[in-house]
Design a protein around this ligand. Structure first.
Ligand SMILES: Nc1ncnc2c1ncn2[C@@H]1O[C@H](COP(=O)(O)OP(=O)(O)OP(=O)(O)O)[C@@H](O)[C@H]1O
Ligand SMILES: Nc1ncnc2c1ncn2[C@@H]1O[C@H](COP(=O)(O)OP(=O)(O)OP(=O)(O)O)[C@@H](O)[C@H]1O
Ligand SMILES: [Mg+2]
Ligand SMILES: [Mg+2]
Lengths: 165, 158, 158, 165
């Protein structure tokens, strides 16, 4: 099971549709300060069901929609899709490839889709339960957050263990 | 349930010590269960002993030592229970050049069972990547993606 | 007292905008007095506009943009009221290579009135130093100081 | 006014007496992770009167005394001296060079000295009042602390201003 593809439209600084094709192994994302690298990691967290806007560096959920720049107008919605290879059947669905999409409108309403069928947030969370990809998961480490893995609070370390159990 | 936790704990503890001494080129590290009576609720403390130093709590470590210890713990958890993919956002920022190289070497070793997407500014990490995406910000304030060849970036970095 | 605060505020505000656009190669930044009625207690908010982007609150900036904005504010305060000496511990860690060079260039410009002691792993910052101390950890776990020539480190880093 | 010299003995990882001669301009301190660079910046903060052990990365004040390693025995006290050039008379004492020393014993007792004469913490704090070197000062930026200068709390920013006024 691995991440095959990602499509971003209107999420933070990605005003134009952007597609990233991934393969197994190590993919490095490089670029100058402020170019949009951490926005990609925020987009992945967001599709997987992240509800806390503060951990996406915003104040209200609509902050993730492209807000416009000096030259470009703001957009009306944001949409991100992850395509995951499921040929080993790790995810509990009978497809060799599963796509998960999240969409948000200026009204604040969020939509979730699995393989282009609308579903609830709960369905997305259940799909990824126990894979380490969940909200408390250890598999997405945000910028500046590596130190908090060894935080001096013993309960935090315990939570990390429970997620991995 | 209790037995499962203790088994998992021991697996991670052994792996953590192994990974730590590979990343630090020596030394050892451990995990301490604070309350043996109440396994289901107990907190866990981390102790680390970089080569040549005394065993200490992690608050006394330096910035780079702390980051490398956290990386050792993360990699040991991932080795015991692989995640479908991992996104790492500049986790190498506090490391000096020789620790970046050790980190990168370890990453390429464990990538057989895991997919890694790593955001970085460090040459040592770029060198071990299988492929690279370059992100730039256009004059219009919109992010664009270029698929860069690893050789282009390396040439520039030198 | 009120007049003194407002005068100082305006001096720093102008300097901050100037320093910001030098470090970012464009754009602008400002300081907002939140409560004009109560000058003596009011909080101050920072807004920043990197080149090509809209003016935003600093929470929406990237890791490197935030660090560079903080450096701009620090340098503007130091230009208005120089301190006898300044100790900077890896303030360049989040910057990409071209921002490190701009930061280093600015530092060498303002060092005429201030003494800087800067701890760093970045080549761009080492290059502008007048002298360098190398600190190593012996096998016995004790820190030792070597006075290094800048040319030695540069040779190694390349 | 600038920092001319620094002598460290027994402070954190500096078990052997170490002298650093500074000049005006820019001095870079380089070295591998864990070698002792930030301990130098902690030592400067400590001599200038820092009372909060947490901002020196310890839990009790004696944590700053060399605690021993696998090969070396712990020491009984720590001592740091800063020698400051005062040829322009910025500091309110009639010397062209002023040395400030702080010493701590395992008993937890701290001693302060100005030009080798014992004094109180208050004397050291008054000597540096208004120079920006004080505790809230903007002139010593610890590792990882640059971001907190633009912290999102408006009162923190205000404090920075008051220090500079
Ligand atoms: N809703 C939005 N609309 C437009 N731009 C946005 C939006 N949200 C964030 N941004 C912009 O995206 C940029 C930040 O991108 P990001 O944090 O991904 O940078 P980065 O490449 O990670 O940089 P660094 O190397 O400094 O960490 C900021 O300049 C920010 O203003
Ligand atoms: N009281 C003490 N006795 C002995 N060693 C100590 C004491 N206090 C701290 N240390 C050691 O000093 C080392 C940390 O030094 P410091 O934080 O200065 O490193 P650094 O050079 O800044 O590294 P980095 O580049 O990772 O930030 C740690 O390994 C720590 O164990
Ligand atoms: Mg980033
Ligand atoms: Mg340090």
């Amino acid at each position: 099971m691995y991440l095959k593809k990602m499509e971003i439209y209107g999420f933070k600084s990605f005003a134009d549709k952007t597609e990233l094709d991934f393969k197994r192994g190590i993919t490095a994302i490089v670029g100058p300060n402020g170019s949009g690298k951490s926005n990609i990691s925020d987009a992945i967290k967001w599709v997987l069901g992240e509800q806390k806007i503060k951990s996406l560096r915003g104040t209200k959920m609509e902050d993730v929609i492209f807000a416009g720049t000096l030259i470009r107008k703001p957009l009306g919605y944001a949409e991100v899709t992850l395509v995951i290879d499921n040929s080993e059947g790790m995810l509990n669905l009978d497809y060799s490839e599963i796509s998960v999409t999240r969409r948000i409108f200026r009204s604040g309403e969020s939509e979730y889709l699995i393989n282009k069928n609308q579903c609830r947030l709960k369905d997305v969370q259940e799909l990824f339960a126990d894979t380490g990809l969940g909200k408390e998961g250890y598999s997405i480490i945000g910028q500046g957050k590596i130190d908090s893995i060894v935080s001096s609070n013993p309960q935090d370390i315990r939570n990390l263990f429970d997620e991995a159990a | 349930i209790q037995r499962q936790f203790v088994e998992q704990f021991e697996l991670i503890q052994t792996k953590f010590n192994e990974t730590f001494s590979m990343l630090f080129n020596g030394g050892s590290a451990g995990l301490i269960i604070l309350d043996n009576e109440d396994i289901m609720e107990t907190g866990i403390e981390i102790v680390a002993q970089p080569p040549g130093k005394k065993l200490k709590s992690i608050t006394l470590l330096s910035g780079g030592e702390k980051a490398l210890t956290a990386i050792a713990l993360l990699f040991s958890i991932i080795s015991i229970k692989p995640a479908p993919f991992c996104v790492l956002d500049e986790i190498d920022a506090a490391l000096d050049d020789s620790n970046v190289d050790r980190f990168a070497g370890f990453l390429s070793m464990i990538t057989k069972d895991n997919q890694f997407i790593t955001i970085t500014h460090r040459k040592g990490t770029m060198e071990i990547a299988d492929r690279m995406f370059g992100i730039t910000m256009g004059k219009d304030g919109v992010s664009k993606m270029l698929s860069v060849q690893i050789s282009d970036i390396m040439k520039e970095a030198n």
